[in-house]
Design a protein around this ligand. Structure first.
Ligand SMILES: [Zn+2]
Length: 318
């Protein structure tokens, strides 16, 4: 993807400010204030959504200021069992990972951020299952299923206990929560035996919706989404770490068929066009006159969608 130049974007040198990419670079593009976040039930006030930046060095998209490590971990520990429940066969990443696991000789499988273990529960026969999960209720549930579960997050302490012990490490919808994504990938890779593979899924910063929607992208409606990698980022990172080139597949977050994808794409075009000047705005006014689309006028931001292929499934073999 070529470098985007939306109207709201301005190049800044942050050497005198405080914005630094997780890679350490201060050469960043300011893509604007992130979309507003929902109010939290305890404080009744909405958190500061921060601004969205793109690093000119590593191409990562990141939010700043962002939720601190301490607050993020407290949030993951407090989440109730009703949230983040997936239907295993609704998740494109889980389906792909399941197929890849079937092609490998069964061994040791680690799921980082496994929540209640639905992915592990669907692992093909023969795989020995382990998990890292911050939520104590979810960990108890995992242990009841006979899964070797460690309560915690992906950090040096936890990974030092698991170094070189797994044939496959899975990390679905976790990457975007990492304050230092490269360090996180290194830790996950360190848990692998020689010849092992890391499967991860996350948003794709190189998807066209980011050029249209920028800091108002639905992916930023979640405060815990701190960074967005992309095909460029993963390819360059694997090269810099002297790993094999990553195998990447564009996926939708949930499985979707043709017509629902077309509808989702049209929705993204509408909201993207609306935030731009004429003639894009003219296109938006045509689209909102389509049958059943008038209600969009009153929505400030594009709603969350799962049908566009704006995610990546990445297989890394260090
Ligand atoms: Zn960077």
């Amino acid at each position: 993807m070529t470098e985007r130049t939306p109207t709201a974007e301005r190049s800044i040198d942050t050497r005198d400010a405080t914005v630094t990419c997780p890679c350490g670079s201060t050469q960043v593009l300011d893509l604007g204030r992130c979309r507003e976040l929902s109010r939290t039930p305890d404080t009744q006030s909405a958190p500061d959504p921060g601004r969205l930046y793109r690093c000119r060095k590593c191409r990562l998209l990141f939010r700043a200021p962002a939720l601190s490590t301490f607050d993020a971990e407290a949030l993951y520990e407090s989440i109730s069992g009703d949230e983040w429940q997936y239907d295993a066969w609704d998740s494109s990443a889980w389906i792909l990972a399941h197929r890849r696991l079937q092609l490998r000789t069964p061994g040791d499988l680690l799921d980082i951020g496994s929540f209640d273990g639905q992915f592990l529960a669907q692992a093909p026969p023969g795989w020995r299952r382990a998990a890292i999960e911050p939520n104590p209720g979810a960990v108890a549930h995992l242990q009841q299923q006979g899964i070797d579960a460690i309560q915690g997050v992906l950090n040096d302490d936890v990974c030092s206990r698991l170094q070189g012990k797994f044939d496959v490490v899975a990390m679905f919808d976790v990457f975007e929560h990492l304050h230092d994504p490269l360090h996180g990938l290194r830790l996950a890779a360190a848990c692998l035996r020689p010849g092992g593979a890391l499967y991860l899924s996350t948003g794709n910063a190189d998807h066209w919706t980011w050029r249209l929607l920028g800091s108002e992208h639905p992916y930023l409606a979640t405060e815990q989404h701190l960074v967005v990698g992309g095909e460029t980022w993963f390819r360059d990172t694997c090269r810099s770490q002297q790993w094999q080139p990553p195998r990447m597949t564009r996926i939708s977050h949930k499985t979707a068929r043709g017509l629902s994808r077309v509808r989702a794409a049209e929705l993204a075009v509408y909201f993207g066009a609306r935030r731009r000047p004429w003639p894009y705005r003219g296109l938006a006014s045509v689209l909102h006159k389509l049958p059943g689309c008038h209600h969009r006028l009153h929505r400030r931001y594009m709603p969350h969608i799962d049908q566009l292929q704006d995610h990546l499934f990445v297989e890394i073999t260090p």
